[in-house]
Design a protein around this ligand. Structure first.
Ligand code: CTP
Length: 410
């Protein structure tokens, strides 16, 4: 019984595919899971709570209060009880509400209270599925750490054929089993991620910085947290927010602050992913008062070098701990990346080139090549940073289970 004793909240929304939720419930229960169904009012138009409570062995929850005695259905308790939440089928409306935090029914409040990882299996008409608003909401959910089990091609309720059909219950159960088996899950791993730029103060109003947005590091943090890892995200100044409850965010400003924060937490971590664009130098002296122009024709700033976080972690690394670095290069890209990987004792390095249109600082997309210490090389096409994060985590951690990082070759 692969899911013995696992607590699963199954969310059902108003789609024709809701009839498949009966099969999904049955399959989860047969594998030993305890299934608590939360259904939206629209969901009940498609499948009755009687069928679902008989299959799950628990009363189905739909309203905030029980009509008879007014007792409160606690979405907060469900959020604490669950080991996993699966929303299947997930309509365009519910995906939109989840992405926007519109908590106007029991299912969405449960989602907002959820402490466990969340999977959604969309189901809708092909035009709705490909609509820019649905795509945007799905990307938002992925960015928030939700695992999306993509809809598949097939005949739809409209009798049209195309993408939008909910993944088959057997395959949803397989994804759930993989998650609990650690197939692509990182449960119990503690991962340190550095992200964003560092700012090196010159005086009270000026600094040396760079154009890093932090998007790649935040996408990696979301991906690791979604897979059940405990993430410590050490970030330089950025406008981004990290929503997942599995992410502990540590805000820093300078390279030295980032260095101190990383060295403090790394001994208890399983891995460190160093995606921050750390300033190599800082002003030798920070002026206490705003530096005045005062008729000067030129101005020279004396800089001293900052500590190298990746290299320091590479030195203190114990067997079994992984360090993954990034390299943003403009020339002799692979040679430079490999040299950095060796000098900093990294297990793996993610190379992105400034020569690639749509890749690097500020963009929502990235095109990366993964290089490992054992000489493997893997290139990926231009993708959203959320999808790049998934590729990186798959490659790094699947490979580390087989004891060499990034060991797939293309
Ligand atoms: N890095 C770090 N601490 C630093 C500088 C870099 O942890 N002080 C990490 C980055 O987060 C990245 C990797 O080292 O994972 C490579 O960063 P990069 O700036 O490309 O390397 P440098 O060694 O600074 O080389 P250069 O700037 O000369 O290309």
């Amino acid at each position: 019984m692969s899911l013995q004793g696992k607590h699963i909240v199954l969310g059902i929304t108003g789609s024709i595919a809701a009839y498949k939720s009966a099969v999904l419930t049955r399959l989860l229960v047969k594998r030993g899971a305890e299934v608590q169904i939360v259904i939206t009012p629209a969901g009940k138009e498609f499948i009755t709570p009687v069928t679902l409570s008989a299959l799950s062995g628990r009363p189905v929850v739909s309203e905030f209060f029980a009509a008879g005695d007014g007792s409160w259905h606690s979405h907060v308790e469900l959020g604490l009880w669950a080991d996993l939440m699966v929303v299947a089928p997930a309509t365009a409306a519910s995906i939109g509400k989840m992405a926007g935090g519109i908590a106007d029914n029991m299912l969405i409040t449960t989602y907002l209270s959820m402490k466990a990882p969340v999977f959604v299996a969309p189901a809708m008409d092909l035009d709705m599925y490909r609509h820019v608003s649905t795509r945007r909401n799905i990307e938002l959910l992925k960015g928030d750490g939700v695992q999306v089990i993509s809809a598949v091609e097939g005949e739809l309720a409209s009798h049209l054929c195309g993408e939008g059909r909910m993944e088959e219950p057997e395959n949803i159960v397989a994804a759930v089993e993989r998650f609990f088996a650690g197939g692509n899950g990182l449960g119990k791993k503690r991962i340190v991620i550095t992200a964003g730029p560092t700012f090196e103060r010159i005086d009270p109003v000026r600094f040396i910085g760079n154009f890093s947005s932090g998007k790649m590091g935040f996408a990696l943090a979301g991906e690791c947290a979604r897979r059940g890892a405990e993430v410590i995200l050490i970030t330089g100044p950025t406008a981004l927010s990290a929503a997942h409850p599995g992410i502990r965010r540590v805000d820093v400003e300078s390279a030295r602050e980032m260095y101190d924060a990383a060295l403090k937490v790394f001994p208890q971590a399983d891995a460190a992913i160093l995606s921050a664009a750390v300033a190599d130098y800082r002003p030798e002296r920070v002026c206490g008062k705003k530096i005045k122009r005062a008729g000067r024709e030129s101005f020279t700033l004396s800089l001293v070098s900052n500590p190298d976080i990746a290299a320091a972690l590479g030195k203190m690394k114990r067997p079994g701990q992984l360090t993954v670095g990034f390299a943003l290069e403009t020339e002799e890209e692979e040679r430079n990346a490999i040299r950095k990987m060796e000098e900093k004792n990294l297990d793996c390095i993610v190379l992105n080139s400034l020569n690639d249109e749509g890749a690097g600082f500020g963009y929502d997309t990235n095109r990366v090549t993964l290089l490992s210490r054992s000489g493997e090389r893997r290139s990926f096409p231009l993708k959203s940073k959320v999808d790049v994060a998934r590729d990186i985590i798959d490659a790094v951690f699947d490979a580390s289970r087989n004891s060499t990082a990034c060991n797939e070759t293309v």
